[in-house]
Write a protein that binds this ligand. Structure first.
Ligand code: CU
Ligand code: ZN
Length: 241
C-alpha cells in the first residue's frame, strides 16, 4: 500500500468513527423526540435532503465521492459534490435518468435526466437538461468540490426529483455544446440518489481539515499507521501530537 492509500484509509476510519457517533446520537435524539411528541395526528414532513455515495468504476476503483441535494423553501435546490482519488483535472458531472449503477461502465444509468425534453447545455444555460451540472475541478491532491443551485432539479417527490436517479462523473470535462451529452467520454463514477437524514457536516467534513489530516498522515510509515489506536487517530485529526 502506498502512503496516499494509507492516508485514505485513516481518513475513512476517522470519517466512519465520527459518523457512527453522530448516528447513535441522532437515534437517541429521535427516540426522545418521539416520546415527547406522541400525539394522535401523525404529521409527516416531506424530506428535502438527499445524497448519493459515488463509487468508482472498473478503471477508477480508487476514487470515491458524495453528492448532496437540498431543496430550499422556494423550490430551488442546492447541490454539492465532492470527489476524492481522481487525477487533477476537470470532469463532467450529470444527473442521469435511472438510479442504476449496476453496469461496470454505468451505462445502466441511461441518458441525462431531461424531464423538459431540452438539449444538452451548460448548468447556467436556459437550454439544458435538468441533469446538466457542469464540471468539477480536481486539485493535485485528488480532491475536488463543486457547489451550485438549480432551479430545475427538486428533492421532494415531483417529475423533477433527483431521488432514485444517478449522479455520474465522466472521464473528461463537459464542453456544454456537443449533443447529446457534452462529449465527456466514458462514465467513471456513479451513485444512486437517496433521501437522507444525515447532516451535511457529517458528509462534508471541512475540505481544508481533510487536506490537513492527509498531510499529517503522509509523514508516517505504514507500520506506524497500523499501530495508531482510536485516541491517536483522534489526536492526529486535530493536529495535537
Ligand atoms: Cu453524464
Ligand atoms: Zn445533458
Amino acid at each position: 500500500m502506498g502512503r496516499a492509500v494509507v492516508g485514505g484509509v485513516v481518513l475513512a476510519v476517522l470519517l466512519s468513527l465520527s459518523s457512527c457517533k453522530k448516528e447513535a446520537k441522532e437515534k437517541e435524539m429521535v427516540e426522545e423526540t418521539v416520546k415527547e411528541e406522541e400525539s394522535p395526528t401523525d404529521v409527516k414532513v416531506e424530506p428535502t435532503v438527499a445524497y448519493a455515495f459515488l463509487m468508482g468504476g472498473e478503471n477508477s476503483a480508487q476514487s470515491s465521492g458524495i453528492a448532496w441535494f437540498e431543496e430550499a423553501d422556494d423550490g430551488k435546490t442546492r447541490i454539492r459534490v465532492r470527489v476524492d482519488g481522481l487525477p487533477a483535472g476537470e470532469y463532467a458531472v450529470h444527473v442521469h435518468e435511472r438510479g442504476d449503477c449496476s453496469d461496470d461502465n454505468f451505462e445502466s444509468a441511461g441518458g441525462h435526466f431531461n424531464p423538459d425534453n431540452k438539449k444538452h447545455g451548460a448548468p447556467d444555460a436556459e437550454e439544458r437538461h435538468a441533469g446538466d451540472l457542469g464540471n468539477i475541478k480536481v486539485e493535485e491532491d485528488g480532491l475536488g468540490e463543486m457547489e451550485l443551485w438549480s432551479d430545475k432539479l427538486r428533492v421532494k417527490v415531483s417529475d423533477y426529483s433527483v431521488v432514485n436517479r444517478a449522479v455520474i462523473v465522466h472521464e473528461k470535462p463537459d464542453d456544454f455544446k456537443s449533443q447529446p451529452s457534452g462529449n465527456a467520454g466514458s462514465r467513471i463514477m456513479c451513485g444512486v440518489v437517496k433521501y437522507t437524514t444525515v447532516d451535511e457536516e457529517t458528509l462534508f467534513p471541512d475540505l481544508e481539515e481533510v487536506r490537513r489530516v492527509r498531510k499529517l498522515s503522509e509523514g508516517l510509515s505504514e507500520e506506524e499507521m497500523e499501530k495508531l489506536d482510536e485516541e491517536q487517530l483522534d489526536e492526529l485529526s486535530r493536529g495535537v501530537h
